[in-house]
Unconditional design. Structure first.
Length: 109
């Protein structure tokens, strides 16, 4: 799992309410119960809206497969809690090697 993927996953799990738009245009709004590493999501107390926005369904719970998700709406205040992503290490270096280089002042370009 990449750092960006794990940050995204932890962000989604931190934020309880979800507005999810699917690739087919439907939207689901509910409370997050579970989210796995493939972005499969379980919601409860869900309101589903048709792609045209003219029909609504209320459901006690639903399961959304991750590969059908177009995007998630996450409030700015939740996004502000995500730390900045550190710069990637050069290929073939270990954490200890990178730390030792930093201490010695060595620069690798």
């Amino acid at each position: 799992m990449t750092l960006a993927h794990s940050l995204t996953h932890s962000l989604i799990r931190t934020f309880g309410g979800q507005l999810v738009e699917l690739k087919n245009g439907q939207t689901y709004n509910g409370h997050l119960v579970n989210c796995d590493s493939w972005m499969n999501i379980n919601l409860r107390e869900v309101v589903c809206t048709s792609r045209e926005g003219d029909r609504f369904w209320k459901m006690p719970e639903c399961y959304i497969r991750g590969n059908t998700i177009k995007y998630l709406c996450i409030p700015k205040e939740v996004m502000d809690k995500v730390p900045d992503e550190p710069a990637p290490r050069p290929a073939g270096t270990t954490m200890a090697h990178a730390r030792d280089r930093e201490r010695s002042g060595e620069r690798h370009l």
